[in-house]
Each structure stands twice: as C-alpha cells, then as structure tokens.
Design a protein around this ligand. Structure first.
Ligand SMILES: [Zn+2]
Length: 316
C-alpha cells in the first residue's frame, strides 16, 4: 500500500500543530479522497479512538477539506464527549477560534448536530437537527454565536438511546465543524516563511478549541486550589475589577466574590496567589481569558493587571 503524500499546506499545518503540541503531529487522508486531510495528535488519537475502532475511523482535529480549513469532529464518540464537556465549561473557546483567524477567510461558518427529545404520545422520540450559523459579516456571525454560546454545548451530541444494533446508533449525530480559514492562503503562498506563519496563525487561533479534545481538570477544582492559595495570604476579599487597567466601566453586582485566575489555567496560568484576583461573579465572567499581568510576587497587594481588548489588538 502506498501512502499518498500530504500536500504542501497540510504539511505546514502539521508542523505548526507539532510545535504547539511539543511532539510530532500526524496527517491522514480521508478515505477515498486526496483533497481531504485530518491533522491530529497521534498520541492522543490512540485514546480518543476507543477500543475496536480503526485508525481510518478516526475523524477529529484540524480538517483540510478541499479549499477550506476546519476544526472538526465527525462520528468520533470519545472526542465528542470531551468536546461537549469542555465547551460547557469554556464556551468562549469557540469564539476565540473563530476570531483568531478571521482575517484568513471571508465567510464565517459553524455547523453542529444536536438531537431534540420529544415525548409526544408517551414514547420518547428523537429529532435530528443540523444547526448552522453562518454569515459573510463577522459582526453578525459573532453576535449570533454569542447569543447561542451557552446553548451550543448543551445541545451538542446528546446521549443517544441504545438501539441494540451495535455501534452505528451511538455514533450518529456527532458532527461539529467550525470554519477556520481558506486553505489557499497557505497552500498557494509564495514563500515557505509565509506559509509557516499563516499555518501557525490558524493553529494558534484553534489551539484552545483543539485542547477541548483532551480531558481537562475541572476549572471549578482549579479555582478552589487558587482560592486556598490566596486565602493563605492576608488580603481583602473585595472585587478588584476597578483596579484592572483598561477594563470597561462596569459596576459590581454584589454577587459572590470568587478567586479568579489572571492567566487561565488552560493557557498555562498558575494556581499560585500571584496569579489570582478577587472578582465578583459578574466581573469574573467579563474578564475570563482577557487579562494579562499578575501580582508582585514579593508584595501581593501590588496588582498589575491589564484588560486585553481583542478588538483593538486585531485592528492594528
Ligand atoms: Zn465586581
């Protein structure tokens, strides 16, 4: 059996993913097609795939399909479960992925499958739905995505009733595809430097979403250990939102005060008290993943934190 050689752009994407992973990445042509490729982490794929399913059946990760690059999961039950669980905790990873490489496409597109249970006439029935959010206009797309954000993970890939027919049924309905970029930018770029740079931009944008394919530690647990670390040092237990440089003006809503990570744990932030900030629930949500900085390690009352305005950074 001869392996088909991966096209130039796919190889650049693979190298960019390997760089983020810190170990080799792999590519795989979709069966019966030479213009569809998955780019994935071979180490984790062994676990994700599950016992008994073949390497060929594995379909999750970065997908180059004809002229477009997606983050995709199709019919792979383990990644589907992880994606659902992790998106519930961090739904903004979807927006981050879409936003981070929006300059590399002129169309914005997400499709995912869900199933709605209806219990008319006493017996439970399921209706398959394929939901699509799409627009040529980024603002409209983002607004619609934000409006649906809370619900997407909950509607995604519901547990299907066992039909007793074996594998088919439980694997159905697990489609998820977010358009990341036009592939031609990478495949057709004149210099290798540009191709590598653009591939890295796509992988970086999708990295947070890609990491949703892995088992995470619950952020709740992380916040609890951060809280313990912060309480071990003397300090006030008030919302520190107003001390954040560049944060939009917003009043506290007197909700509970929480220990929040300045740099999120999922992006390498520590659970030590110098990476912690006290925030009310409302301001915890507003600032999630948008802060930069930390406390002075020798003087923890010294807080040097900036609010990142993604919009302004992108427009530069
Ligand atoms: Zn507050």
């Amino acid at each position: 059996m001869t392996e088909i050689e991966a096209p130039r752009g796919v190889t650049f994407l693979k190298d960019a993913l390997a760089e983020r992973l810190g170990r080799p990445a792999a590519t795989r042509a979709v069966k019966g097609s030479s213009s569809e490729w998955y780019i994935f982490d071979p180490c984790f794929a062994v676990i994700q795939r599950g016992i008994g399913s073949s390497n060929r059946g594995y379909r999750s990760g970065i997908l180059v399909s004809h002229s477009e690059i997606f983050f995709s999961n199709v019919h792979s039950p383990t990644p589907a479960k992880l994606l659902k669980t992790n998106l519930k905790q961090r739904p903004e990873s979807l927006i981050n992925a879409a936003e981070g490489c929006r300059h590399l496409r002129n169309y914005h597109y997400l499709h995912y499958s869900s199933r709605k249970a209806s219990s008319k006439s006493g017996t439970k029935k399921y209706i398959d739905t394929l939901r699509v959010i799409e627009s040529r206009n980024w603002k409209i797309f983002k607004e619609e995505l934000e409006a649906n954000l809370g619900g997407i993970a909950y509607d995604l890939f519901p547990e299907l009733p066992n039909s007793g027919k074996g594998i088919g049924e439980t694997c159905r309905g697990t489609y998820f595809s977010l358009l990341l970029a036009d592939y031609k930018h990478i495949e057709l770029s004149k210099s290798d430097e540009t191709a590598a740079q653009l591939a890295a931009e796509v992988i970086d944008a999708a990295w947070y979403l890609f990491s949703c394919l892995y088992p995470w530690e619950s952020p709740k647990k992380r916040d609890a250990s951060l809280r313990r670390a912060m309480l071990s040092k003397p300090g006030l237990l008030n919302c520190e939102y107003s001390k954040i440089v560049g944060a939009p003006i917003s009043n506290c809503d007197n909700s509970a005060i929480e220990a929040a990570h300045i740099i999120p744990y999922a992006r390498g932030g520590s659970d030590r008290s110098w990476n912690g900030i006290w925030l009310c629930t409302k301001h915890h949500r507003i600032t999630e993943g948008k802060l930069l900085g930390g406390r002075d390690r020798s003087n923890l009352s010294e807080l040097r934190v900036r609010f990142l305005n993604h919009q302004i950074i992108d427009e530069k």
